[in-house]
Ligand binder design. Sequence first.
Ligand code: IPM
Ligand code: MG
Length: 359
Amino acid sequence: MKATITLLPGDGIGPEIVDATRQVLDAVGTRFGHSFVYSRQLIGGAAIDETGTALPDDTIGSCRSSNATLLGAVGGPRWDDPKAKVRPEQGLLGMRKALGLYANVRPVKCFAGLEDASPLRPERLRDVDLVFVRELTGGIYFGEPKGKDTHDGQRRGFDTMVYTEHEIRRIVEMACAIARKRKKHVTSIDKANVLATMQVWREVATEVFRENADIHFDHQLVDSAAMRLVTDPGAFDVIVAGNMFGDILSDEGAVLTGSLGLLPSASLGEGKRGVYEPIHGSAPDIAGKGIANPLGTVLSAAMLLRLSLDLDAEATAVERAVARAIADGLRTRDLGGGDASLSTIAMAEAVIERLEREG
Ligand code: IPM
Ligand code: MG
């Protein structure tokens, strides 16, 4: 097949990991007879420096006209002034909204050979294989009014948390569809004991669960879910949450397995188009050194192949090659490789070698 992919390297280590992943995609193309055409565009701090905005029109145009988008990371200390009018994060938030990417899907799994990298005791890690499904275009991130003013002589900031039935229904439905291909269990996260928004969330989620009778479900308050995520992570399958709670819990979930640098994500909306990115950040401290772990981006590219291009065998081949490289003891510095650490490019090449060898 022929597919067009927008590449958004972004900031920090973004360009290094995206370039390395592009090599893996090219190897997939050669091996399986596909041709991927890339369009490289600006986002985040890099876009601010060059155009004055974090999300140039050309970038959105390219994302809209390609089959999928692969993103590195945005942000860094250079653009970190909280008072600045333009911030790199606006690129990310603006893109989610403009492309209608209402769902962020983040799988969390243990890799054989990395058990010792987790901050949790090995017995707690048994059976950890879960997926976060986070609502991405609503809730307190986008609700109006939001702003800053002065009230009774005091500086004040305010945000609004709003969820409509439609927004809740579609994200819980997506969680059920994902669970159906897994362990058929969805945990819905809310704060229904305090927040009106979250009472509506629980009502609508309950209705959706009733319509999906093959799915086991439970409701958990966000605070106790945060606790259970470290005391009994193996009990979860699919976790569905609103924008802010999903943001917080998915970072907590990401460190469970000690493989932050390995975890991918997909941001999805209606239709096949999606934006794929590793869940780690732009790591400015190691940017430009060629030592960043490219595997979170490589695994994001695997999700891209499966979800946006319907190339399931190709996606599985990439995932297997990554698992094999780790099982073979290959490590970048973040995975505890020490003096024997591979560079970004060497790790990508190790994956390509296994991809070609496995046949
Ligand atoms: C994420 C990030 C973003 C978010 C930031 C960078 C705006 O934390 O993708 O989880 O809060 O959504
Ligand atoms: Mg986050």
